[in-house]
Design a protein around this ligand. Sequence first.
Ligand code: G4P
Length: 529
Amino acid sequence: MSVAKEIARRRTFGIVSHPDAGKTTLTEKLLLFGGAIQEAGAVKSNKIKKGATSDFMEIERQRGISVATSVLAFEYEGVKINILDTPGHKDFAEDTFRTLTAVDSVIVVIDVAKGVEEQTEKLVEVCRMRNIPIIVFVNKMDREGKDAFDLLDEIEQKLHLKVAPLSFPIGMGYDFKGIYNMWEHNVNLFSGDSRKNIEETVEIKDLSDKKLDELVGTTSADNLREEIELVSGVYPPFDRELYLQGKQQPVFFGSALNNFGVRELLDCFISIAPAPRPKQSEERLVRPEEKNFSGFVFKIHANMDPKHRDRLAFIKIVSGVFERNTPYLHVRNKKKLKFSSPNAFFAERKEIVDISYPGDIVGLHDTGNFKIGDTLTSGEEIHYKGIPAFSPEHFRYINNADPMKSKQLSKGIDQLMDEGVAQLFTLELNGRQVIGTVGALQYEVIQYRLEHEYGAKCTYEPLSVHKACWVDPENPKSEEFKEFLRVKQRYMAKDKRGQLVFLADSPFTLQMTQQKYPSVKMHYVSEFE
Ligand code: G4P
């Protein structure tokens, strides 16, 4: 098959949701359709139920054994599908944000009873900012939930989306009879009694067809006719171009648990979702069909076996083909590296591959060369944009608790930060190290991993910081900037990349500082124009 055909048949996407909306269940059902797994229960949930460290460690341990769960690849109808796993827990939101830099589209799962939840809002905002095409799947239709129109309204209001329903429920909860599929013009009947995933698809070219009355009863049929009329009056017809530009979002209804509405979602997905897209680098726009290889690291996974401290760096291929045993340029290090055993991922296993195409994810064994955001190319100096660090929410000093192990501690901190577990800031004044995280849980995880993987012990000390602001002076030589640096000396730090950061201790301080030094811009994100 030609490279162009290989690219065109790839779909790399992420499923995002608030925990418990049904992401794991849906993933599993998609894999079942692809024949990638034989039975339910094969996909491990990455849920942290109690919010406990032990829970996290257990999940990480399982994933360490089967890292394949980070990427689930399968074939369906001649299409190569790569699902990238995104943690739902809010303390790991940053990991999810980074994974979203490697997807070409997303499916958002919403619980029909709970509607739009907090985590969904945050994640969809990130997708919207990047114009990632989104399909919405409203799940758990077998349960009592919100009225479909109210829910569509809520999705538009809270997520700032423009929806175009491609299916519509017939009844709900106890009365849920099935779904009218506007994409394929048919009715799918739900056999709720047996709950055994038996479904029947009946083609209904025209809603006035009397067959509909026979199938769902006259009342439901009439209701549906009215509702569909309303849908076509209120919502615009589906427009693929708008969807691809991130300006319109098709919506499907179903029940992942009952495997209902999932095939319809998948069939539509493979025909409308984008193949790998061009990506902007600092230097230029890079197209998948270019001959030369390029890709970037969006995730680093530690091997949880303390005896082997090697890691797996996940690379999204942007252009060209990636071949085994071929030297590639590590742009940041300016070093050529060769990989003898790049891994490709399938639902339940990983395999060594000789060749991978744009859209694919390869896992490279790494002994500490890679950081998140690194670019690998055939030789060109390209730097991919779009893996920024966000200001953490929590800040603490980290101290060495075992003076004999200071080397181990610094190596451990270094590597954990490269993996993106948390962010390190080093104070300019005294060199003290501050760890910033999205959630409090990470501190325990870091402490645990430092001890078990690096043999180092640490303690934390509270530090009152409101936000980390990346500093962007209009003129680095100006008197104003020099004064800012002098006056705010105690609050200045460098991040891991050596960028200057102001640790503002309160919203008030931040506001005052901005007023006093208007030519010194502050950003909550490490990448800015
Ligand atoms: P997540 O990955 O988004 O966190 O959600 P997950 O798939 O784990 O689903 C969360 C809970 O919702 C699970 O129940 C799951 O069985 C249930 N669920 C998923 N889809 C549907 C659906 O279409 N209808 C109904 N009624 N329930 C659904 P649980 O009791 O928390 O977990 P489990 O013990 O059943 O695994």
